[in-house]
Design a protein around this ligand. Structure first.
Ligand code: FES
Length: 176
């Protein structure tokens, strides 16, 4: 075997290794993409759970309950008159994500606040009735939300999100 053919043999092996690695990388990328794309299609059980009806009649003023909608926790708070008044008295200029309290509740149902229970920083579940603004406090990195679920202090950039919902009677809502 000549030195040249030995060199070619090594070159050939190197090429083979590079091609194999590239092919493996390609398979890896395809394998990564498929579950991601597949995940975008809601499964049958998620579609079935896309709306959730909630009976509000047992919730007391000042109480927050957590329900599940589309497998996500949602806070429903029956606010006291004082809490509504406090939320409405806030100067919008003080808010990192300016939104009136009125925009976050349904007409004629100001006592009810419905928000996703996910901190808008990195998604932890905030604690109710805590924090410097008597709303919610996220213990993960210290975000404070007010009685309207609006971000007031800390790293979270946005107010707690209000999911789509409607009142189907005075004591029942349909979320989704
Ligand atoms: S996840 Fe809530 S403050 Fe970071």
């Amino acid at each position: 075997m000549s030195a040249g053919s030995h060199g070619e043999g090594e070159g050939g092996r190197r090429d083979f290794l590079i091609i194999s690695a590239a092919a493996f990388g390609g398979v890896g990328a395809a394998a990564m993409v498929w579950p991601f794309v597949d995940q975008m299609n809601p499964s049958a059980d998620v579609l079935a759970l896309s709306t959730t009806e909630v009976d509000l009649s047992a919730i007391e003023p000042g109480q927050t309950v957590t329900i599940t909608w589309q497998k996500k926790p949602v806070f429903i708070r029956r606010r006291t008159e004082e809490e509504v008044a406090a939320a409405r008295a806030v100067d919008l200029g003080e808010l990192p994500d300016p939104q009136t309290d009125d925009e976050r509740v349904k007409d004629g149902h100001a006592e009810w606040l419905v928000v996703l229970a996910a901190c808008t920083h990195l998604g932890c579940i905030p604690k109710s009735d805590q924090g410097e603004y008597s709303g919610w406090f996220c213990p993960c990195h210290g975000s404070h939300y007010d009685t309207s679920g609006r971000i007031r202090k800390g790293p979270a950039p946005l107010n707690l999100l209000v999911p789509p919902y409607q009142f189907v009677s005075d004591t029942q809502i349909l979320i989704g």
